[in-house]
Design a protein around this ligand. Sequence first.
Ligand code: GLP
Length: 279
Amino acid sequence: MRSPVRVLELAGASVLVYGDAPSACQAAAERIAETTRAAVANKGRAVLGLATGATPEPVYARLVAMHREGDLSFANVVTYNLDEYYPISPLDPRSYRAYMHEHLFAHVDIPSNQTHMLDGTVPEASVADHSAEFDRWIANDGGLDLQLLGLGRNGHIGFNEPSDTPVADSLKLPTRLVDLHHVTLASAARDFGDESRVIPRALTLGVASILSARAILILAFGPHKAEPVARSLEGPMTSRVPGSFLQAVSGKVTWVLDEAAAQGLAVRSTVASAVKTAR
Ligand code: GLP
């Protein structure tokens, strides 16, 4: 098991800082594998909330390697993905369905009927029903054992974008169709070739479903994530920075950072003094 170079307790979360992103990804994969094995042993199956984006790609590569080495089975894993562009075909290579197939599902023993993605092909008149149904499926499956998250450059989680909504209302947001924020459109240009070609709307798991997971593992690497990380962990809880909503659930959130993403944190010391400084 990789050891973090620093461990902080901030805003009710454990913050594990690794020397580099590959070490952090290996540690994250080990955490996911442990949760999976424990849930399967205890109740027969594991229910995982999965994320897309560049950040978790090496984590999925490590999980695939564990599977190939015979250390991890997905036969009893049920997955729910965080988000999907709308509208989009699952066959479109830019869809998150295609991403998950490419990075995980095609390489492990997960039955396809156990992988759930928000459907970018439902007619717009049915989007609200489909979104509500997705939340119900998660609840009927007993809730998420672990939600894996990335963090947008603008602090978004899933596609819950910065807004002026009062925090109390944001925390209750269900799964729904959203307009993407201009910073998200710029970041997604990488996948669409050009910002003007980015699909500007998406379906996203709601803040309420994310926060209901029994454990949340959020990953952020690189200097471009330093500001949203610091604002999420050391700033006030605000709808301007959706990552700060994780402050609402104490004791079940683990941040896995590399040194570059942690560099904006004012608190840099060990657990004991970090707790003191943060209060
Ligand atoms: C994307 C996804 C998020 C992801 C975030 C960060 O747009 N919708 O779920 O966590 O933005 O992406 P990346 O890991 O590529 O920086």
